[in-house]
Design a protein around this ligand. Structure first.
Ligand code: FAQ
Length: 311
């Protein structure tokens, strides 16, 4: 029952060809990409806030320089991704409007507070670690501009992940209080990091279609499993305890069994009711209104320049 256009499109996707801007695509494909890429962009932009909170309080000049660079990278990723979404016919103003009105989501993880310096290490280690796990397969996404954006972004995320692990590796060798601070950070960030991969497969409304279109290559649960298997030995190396009593190695499946994230908490956070949702959105809305004079100035300048050219 597929239309000829749609069948030809699916055949190209199945053959592993990239779809490029302005080529014909099903409306649902375009909408799914706008949703996912814009949410991804918003995540990078909102994701600057929890870490930005610590730039002025980093413990050394070196750590401060590293954190500044990381947060700037995230701004770059956001702008890069907004550009990728714009190729699908949505404007940046429309995307901001969707973020500010609460219509567009951003990653649940950024609605948790950064209470200590160890949280900054934990974000690099766990949050960037989860982001890489999710984004490496997106480099093979069927939509060319998104796939290509992911290549550079993944390289930078690897640096972010290592700097976080390095910061924590230093702290766990410090005083007992420093080590306890790292364990506390792991306790608070572990489950929210697992939630970054989205709801369990049976509750994931978009996965089947997105996988058929090769926007996603793996299911949410597959990537969550890979993340647990990769991260548990790293926690062990740091001498930390993963806060999951059900966590154990399963020889038969060659992976870990682990507990169920608190899905009620997850759905509550993505509905806008997490610990920092209001604070994050207010910060973004304030940045938007504080920048109004600058946008107005740019527009006025562009209009004058156009008038001069016309005259
Ligand atoms: N948070 O049917 P599915 C970063 C929503 S990394 C909020 O499974 P899908 C780097 C989902 O949108 C973080 N909402 O959806 C960084 C949908 O709602 P909708 C950003 C979530 O799309 C590190 C509903 O639940 N990375 O920023 C979440 O097939 C450190 C049903 O879910 C990306 O965005 C969630 N965790 O799969 C920056 C990666 N999970 O839209 C700063 C690209 C699900 O119908 C510091 N995105 N939802 O209203 C993806 O891979 C996918 O969109 C998933 C969700 C896997 C997130």
């Amino acid at each position: 029952e597929m239309e000829p256009h749609e069948r030809a499109f699916q055949e190209r996707v199945d053959a592993g060809q990239k779809i490029e801007p302005k080529e014909w695509m099903p409306e649902g494909y375009r909408k799914t990409l706008v949703r996912q890429i814009s949410q991804h962009a918003h995540s990078e932009i909102v994701g600057q806030l929890p870490e930005g909170n610590w730039i002025s309080r980093a413990p050394t000049l070196e750590r401060k320089a590293i954190l500044l660079a990381k947060v700037q990278d995230e701004a770059g990723h956001g702008l890069y991704l907004y550009c990728a979404a714009e190729t699908l016919g949505i404007s940046r103003d429309q995307m901001y409007e969707q973020l500010h009105s609460g219509k567009a989501k951003y990653s649940s993880i950024f609605n948790y507070p950064t209470l200590t310096w160890a949280d900054i290490g934990a974000i690099g280690w766990l949050v960037d670690g989860a982001a890489i796990m999710n984004q490496v397969p997106l480099q093979r996404c069927s939509y060319g501009p998104y796939a290509r954006a992911m290549v550079r972004i993944c390289k930078e995320e690897s640096f972010h992940q290592r700097q976080g692990f390095d910061a924590l590796a230093r702290m766990v060798k410090g005083t007992p209080a420093q080590k306890a601070m790292v364990q506390d950070a792991l306790n608070r960030w572990w489950w929210p990091s697992l939630m970054m991969f989205g709801p369990s497969d049976d509750a994931s409304v978009h996965s089947a279609q997105s996988m058929a279109w090769k926007i996603k290559q793996n299911s949410n649960d597959e990537l969550r499993q890979k993340f647990v298997d990769q991260t548990v030995p790293q926690a062990k190396y740091l001498g930390l305890t993963v806060p999951d009593p059900d966590l154990k190695w399963n020889e038969e499946k060659g992976g870990h069994d682990f507990g169920e994230p608190d899905w009620e908490e997850f759905f509550n956070v993505i509905a806008g009711n997490g610990p920092c949702n209001a604070e994050r959105l207010d910060a973004r809305k304030k940045a938007w209104s504080d920048g109004a004079w600058f946008r107005d100035g740019l527009t006025a300048h562009a209009e004058k320049a156009a008038d001069r050219r016309a005259a």
